[in-house]
Design a protein. Sequence first.
Length: 401
Amino acid sequence: MEIDTAGFDDRRLERITDHLAERYVQPGKLAGCQALVSRLGRVAYFQSFGCADLERGVPVRDDTIWRIYSMTKPITSVALMSLYERGLLQLSDPVHRYIPEWRGMRVCEVTSDGSRLVEPDRPASVRDLLTHTSGLTYGGDPAHPVDQLYGQAGLRDAGVDLAELARRLGGLPLKFQPGTAWHYSFATDVCGRLVEVIAGQRFDDYLRETIFEPLGMADTGFVVPEGARDRFAANYQRGDGGTLEVVDDPATSVYLAPRAMRSGGGGLVSTTGDYLRFCEMLRRGGELDGSRILGSRTLRYMTVNHLPGGASMAEVALGRFGETGFAGVGFGLGFAVTLDPVASQTLGSPGEYYWGGAASTTFWLDPVEDLIVIFMTQFMPSGTFNFGGQLRQLVLQAIVD
């Protein structure tokens, strides 16, 4: 990959190398990682560190394949909005127009003496799904009656595909009135099901034909093919005594074979180079190398804050889980959006948009600085280390033009 200074001081940019190598890889906090910085459409920094697979001594390579988990969500959102651009749906459409099992969904109200089911003020809409304001959850609060029902519904059972997931969700109550709060949830998986229903084809086929093949994202998909398995990284967590232990072995991973669930919320694997192609398409207003995925106006609309009343996530988020801090941050159609860097206490620009994944991967685009940053690793859970905040400091301090 050709490297260009792109307005950076190379010596200051090398602080990224020192930081990741000395603070994380050498002490064994991470097995390995990869960082890429591109500005003005030119790659200024791309370095790999440590091992993709500690147990087998496989180093991180330029084309290492990573589980990107929730960095799948922006791709799914772009796919759904490509159908929107064809006039096949409206953001205000109720979800039950496409998924009949959602008709008649009720809302759980929790009171001091228990809970009750009430009629929604309005049905959950397509925009509610894209903004995580639909009333869905991921079922992570064992004390809440809706989350308890999620745990009993077998939403992650083997054999459950997007159609069955959407059907089962339609039989459960919503956690809050649609459009009134933000809650991280299965919503983007339901967006994947909407793509299937509206496009009339399987979700993975639509992604391949509409996004991956036009952009040349050859290593992105729901399955690691046999010929690429030697490039697939292991996934780790911190074990007893602080040592790394394998969560998902690349030799036996579920990603080696097709699964029923092609998760629009977190099912893809990719490479840094492939994800750069996706981000570069976003940076260029929806087009790359003659392939237009979205119109520029659509993309601008997706990357402004859509939360109710223009609120920040700190004001409307339920629960504290998400791939971002909440202060000074809004949410668009598939992306978090920085509203106020001062409130977020993170160096950056108003209007930058981004997201991350469960294995501590992250990316962001800064339209003010014409900047893309991608960070890949395989360490769970995300949020253990603030890679997004640290890399913003390390990248922005190196811009000198």
